[in-house]
Design a protein around this ligand. Structure first.
Ligand code: NAD
Length: 440
């Protein structure tokens, strides 16, 4: 390779595979060194990354640190603290026919060369968190940042090689052609975060090489509000969860499902909650983000015609601003209820009660998250037992994904596989069965 000829995907993968084959990435010391170096990178260049996130998504520094940089640092620390314990071989009881001197155990083997394809909405966290899980598992990794967050992509491409072992970690920037070229190569695992259409393309390409995939997808995550719940708390928590990153969060509450009286009572409370978060003019609030690009702005603007706006509704294409908006009286057949919204629009759909809410949820694709606000144990038990979703949050949206000891992932249309904490080790390792019987 010289300075004028960029490395081709096949060369990158071959180079990383040679590193993996040399055994360099396997010792726990190599893995923890990479994690410590990543920690140094985030600490030294946090402000630079936050600026990139502001350029791409209008993210405030507070939000950039909380949801991306500090989030990743916590995951690094949690992994460094527990890695040795997670990697420990587990012994298994041996059946009598093998004799009393036989032993059996499982051990975690790294897979080889992993490909991580990241989206634009949390372009730092959603690239680095899977990557650090793959490194902690002893793999070489190719990371592909999203071209739709160009400032974050450039910052990652510049910084990672300064801190990590470049013989085992490569950043490939680019859009569809570059990703397509990467997907033609043989990887040992592909970890994709994004939408289900591309998820299918990734899985098809992976099938050619029998490569296992993790697909972290999205969908419409419902928020059920029960009669009798404390509605000012509900409105406040829903507004915080929904309008973070201007609604561009995979686990954002997509729509509210409640009975007609509760829906009416919530209306003024939503307006108040939005004002408490962003003031009377969210457009001038430094804490409120922007839509990633014109295509998404136009898509979201076309959804504002559904129902009746009880707060928000304003837009400004020049600055890609869409006000935090809550829509009441929304018909389930209206455009806003057809696809994942992925923006700052919260429709409220009414159903007579819990039975119909469960039916409504089960009539649709399995969501990435289901949220419920209720004081009733029975309601919680019924929702847990009678619905299926990637995660389930009672009383607080989004928060389940910040618990490093919980697996994070979807089910059905919202994805397959999971990660975070020890579940990243499960994802990026092969659990090998080992039997030992002495020769004499
Ligand atoms: P995106 O457009 O950035 O795409 C994701 C990645 O796929 C990018 O790296 C992109 O280059 C690549 N890509 C796009 N088209 C491709 C093609 N034809 N072939 C190969 N690669 C291609 O992100 P997005 O899909 O718009 O992200 C939004 C979606 O992601 C939402 O549905 C959201 O819910 C979901 N999401 C899920 C999670 C999760 O953790 N489950 C997190 C964030 C976002």
């Amino acid at each position: 390779m010289n300075d004028h000829t960029p490395e081709q995907p096949a060369e990158t993968v071959a180079r990383l595979r040679a590193t993996f084959r040399s055994g360099r990435t396997k010792p726990v010391e190599w893995r923890t060194t990479q994690l410590r170096r990543l920690r140094e990178m985030l600490t030294a260049h946090g402000a630079e990354l936050a600026e990139a996130l502001h350029a791409d998504l209008g993210k405030s520094p507070t939000e950039a640190f909380r949801t991306e940089i500090d989030f990743t640092l916590r995951e690094i620390d949690h992994t460094l603290e527990h890695l040795a314990e997670w990697l420990r071989p587990e012994s298994a009881p041996v059946p009598a026919h093998l004799g009393a001197d036989a032993t059996a155990r499982t051990q975690y083997d790294p897979l080889g060369v992993v490909l991580v394809i990241a989206p634009w909405n949390y372009p730092v966290q959603l690239l680095l968190t899977p990557m650090l899980g793959a490194l902690a598992s002893g793999n070489a990794v190719v990371v592909k940042p999203s071209e739709l967050a160009p400032a974050a992509s450039a910052a990652i491409a510049r910084l990672l090689p300064q801190y990590l072992d470049t013989s085992a970690v490569a950043v490939v920037e680019g859009a569809v052609p570059e990703t397509t070229a990467l997907l033609a190569e043989r990887f040992d695992h592909i970890f994709y975060t994004g939408n289900g259409v591309v998820g299918r393309i990734v899985m098809r390409a992976a099938a050619e090489h029998l490569t296992p995939v993790t697909l972290e997808l999205g969908g419409k995550s419902p928020a059920f509000v029960d009669r009798g719940a404390d509605l000012s708390v509900v409105a406040d928590r829903l507004a915080r969860g929904k309008f973070l990153n201007a609604g561009q969060t995979c686990v954002a509450p997509d729509y509210v499902l409640t009975d007609p009286e509760t829906a009416r009572a919530l209306e003024p409370l939503f307006a108040r909650a939005v004002e408490a978060l962003f003031g009377t003019d969210p457009q001038s609030s430094k804490e409120y983000g922007r839509i990633v690009n014109e295509r998404h702005f136009d898509r979201l603007s076309s959804l504002l015609g559904s129902g009746r706006a009880v707060t928000g509704g304003a837009t400004d294409r020049a600055t890609k601003y869409i006000a935090p908006t809550v829509l009441a009286d929304v018909d389930p057949k209206s455009p806003v209820m057809q696809e994942e919204i992925f923006g700052p629009i919260l429709p409220v759909v009414t159903v007579p009660g819990l039975d119909e809410a469960i039916e409504f949820i089960n009539d649709r694709d399995k969501p990435l998250a289901l949220y419920a606000f209720t004081d009733s144990d029975t309601t919680r038990e019924r929702l847990a037992a009678e619905t299926s979703s990637g995660g389930l949050g009672f009383g607080l949206p989004l928060a389940h994904l910040t618990v490093s000891d919980l697996p994070f992932g979807g089910v059905g249309e919202s994805g397959m596989g999971s990660y975070h904490g020890r579940y990243s080790i499960e994802t990026f390792s092969h659990r090998k069965s080992v039997l030992e019987k002495p020769l004499a």
